[in-house]
Design a protein around this ligand. Structure first.
Ligand code: HEC
Ligand code: HEC
Ligand code: HEC
Ligand code: HEC
Ligand code: HEC
Ligand code: HEC
Ligand code: HEC
Length: 309
């Protein structure tokens, strides 16, 4: 009897093992791990067809079937799934973010099945609203901050894009982008100002408590800085800075701003503008003067030959 039980347990164990790397994933990877390089579809989208099976297996989602996210495919590769296979909430979300997705909006929406509270927060954030309400594709959704969904590793690992060591660079991908900065008026100076600050300097040398962007702004719930719910809105700032600076006062919290010049700080802003105008007029005066002088010289030489001073 005991031996029988042992055999049953072993059998169950083996069944679990084979189940975890299921037939579906094998089917997809048979092509997608063997294919290398990029393909341009008829629509002009460039697709990286390769999925590195080893990296996939060691990622946080490595145990999942491809179809858990790519719900619109059926096992027969790329044949549409049976209607009704895609849960209603995912289909609806996929519709709202379709313009942001590169190839598969359903897969991009499928994260909500397991991370629904995170997804709800992101939808309400300045980044999510940019995509869903403003219908732009500039705001960040999951894969902009976490990278390819096939290779996500825990945030504590060095390869994670949201690891403390990498997060400033990850936000910088967009917040240093000139076109976006112009379009949304946030300026490309933010990272420079951060690195110049006490905080940025401590961050670079690896101070364990130095704040990065997400300690002040939060991450899934990022808001416009003047949104009353933003942790950096005036009324919340003493609490936010107070997490690390015990007893931070209203006066103390004005010490940090990314914008010594700009719309938030009108005095230095107009002071700088004034200085530029002054400098330009002095320059124009000098140039004008030199030109007139030169003309006078030519005139003298050409028309008053023989004359002179
Ligand atoms: C017979 C080989 C083959 C198999 C099996 C296969 N694919 Fe593909 N897949 C391709 C090729 C080739 C492309 C390149 C673009 C194209 O032709 O659509 C591609 C493209 C894709 C794309 C990009 C979007 C698109 O529609 O082009 C996704 C996503 C994808 N495959 C997922 C899967 C999943 C999930 C499975 C398993 C259910 C799978 N594939 C099985 C060959 C395959
Ligand atoms: C955790 C969810 C998830 C799982 C699991 C997953 N994918 Fe994806 N996959 C995505 C998302 C999201 C995208 C990007 C969709 C977009 O932007 O349109 C994507 C994109 C792709 C692409 C296109 C790559 C490109 O250039 O954008 C291929 C090919 C692909 N997946 C194949 C697979 C295969 C094969 C598996 C199983 C081994 C798999 N995926 C498992 C979520 C997933
Ligand atoms: C079928 C359920 C499921 C789906 C769908 C899914 N995830 Fe996950 N995800 C998990 C599980 C389980 C973990 C690991 C448990 C944990 O550590 O929270 C995880 C962990 C994560 C982590 C945390 C890594 C860390 O720091 O520990 C991120 C980020 C993540 N998933 C992003 C995504 C994104 C983006 C998508 C959509 C493309 C997605 N997930 C789709 C189940 C899912
Ligand atoms: C603006 C960037 C950004 C976006 C967009 C984003 N994340 Fe994150 N996410 C982060 C950061 C940063 C962390 C790690 C925070 C930390 O250090 O604890 C994180 C952590 C996580 C974790 C680990 C649990 C936790 O809360 O720490 C999960 C799961 C996760 N994200 C899922 C998602 C999913 C799903 C989406 C899309 C709906 C998403 N994220 C969109 C930045 C982002
Ligand atoms: C010590 C806290 C702190 C850190 C760290 C921090 N911020 Fe800020 N951030 C603020 C405050 C306070 C504001 C409010 C506006 C101001 O005074 O500049 C702000 C405003 C912003 C704005 C809006 C600026 C505008 O002019 O519209 C953006 C975008 C921003 N931060 C991004 C970032 C990024 C990206 C990082 C990481 C490199 C970061 N922040 C790091 C506190 C911080
Ligand atoms: C995929 C690009 C992208 C990434 C990655 C990204 N952002 Fe943004 N962010 C934007 C865009 C675009 C806006 C402006 C959205 C709008 O106004 O509609 C924005 C707005 C903001 C704002 C509000 C600006 C204001 O005027 O108050 C803050 C704060 C912010 N982002 C911080 C961050 C932080 C912190 C990270 C990293 C955790 C990050 N962002 C990652 C694109 C991005
Ligand atoms: C995650 C923790 C953290 C947060 C949040 C934080 N700081 Fe700091 N701050 C630090 C650390 C660490 C230092 C370096 C202290 C040292 O080495 O003595 C520092 C230094 C400073 C300094 C330099 C002078 C001093 O007192 O040491 C100022 C000013 C400052 N922070 C202001 C702010 C303001 C304003 C906010 C909120 C907008 C803020 N900090 C939020 C951790 C934080």
């Amino acid at each position: 009897m005991r031996r029988f039980l042992v055999i049953v347990f072993l059998w169950l164990f083996l069944l679990c093992l084979t189940y975890s790397a299921s037939a579906e994933t094998f089917t997809c990877l048979a092509c997608h791990s063997a294919m290398k390089g990029k393909i341009r579809t008829e629509g002009g989208t460039v697709i990286d067809v390769n999925v590195d099976s080893e990296r996939y297996a060691t990622s946080v989602h490595g145990g999942f079937d491809c179809l858990m996210c790519h719900k619109q495919f059926s096992l027969n590769p790329h044949e549409p799934a049976k209607i009704g296979n895609i849960p209603k909430n995912i289909a609806a979300l996929a519709g709202k973010i379709a313009h942001k997705a590169k190839v598969d909006p359903v897969a991009l929406a499928a994260c909500t099945e397991c991370h629904d509270s995170v997804y709800n927060m992101v939808q309400e954030s300045v980044h999510g609203k940019n995509v869903i309400e403003k219908k732009q594709s500039d705001g960040a959704l999951c894969t902009d901050c976490h990278g390819s969904p096939h290779y996500i590793t825990p945030k504590s690992t060095a390869t994670s894009l949201v690891n403390k060591k990498n997060i400033v660079k990850t936000c910088g991908e967009c917040h240093e982008n000139e076109n976006l900065a112009k379009k949304y008026d946030f300026g490309t100076h933010i990272l420079d100002r951060y690195y110049e600050s006490f905080h940025g300097k401590k961050y670079v040398i690896g101070h364990p408590n130095a704040p990065t962007c997400v300690n002040c702004h939060s991450y899934h719930d990022i808001r416009m800085w003047d949104d009353p719910k933003s942790p950096v809105a005036w009324d919340n700032r003493t609490a936010t800075c107070g997490k690390c600076h015990k007893g931070a006062t209203k006066k103390f919290v004005t010490a940090i701003t990314h914008k010594p010049i700009g719309k938030h700080n009108p005095i230095p802003y107009w002071f700088e503008k004034g200085l530029i105008v002054l400098l330009l007029s002095v320059f124009a005066f000098i140039v004008g003067h030199v030109v007139i002088e030169a003309f006078a010289e030519i005139r003298d030489r050409v028309f008053r030959k023989g004359g002179g001073h």
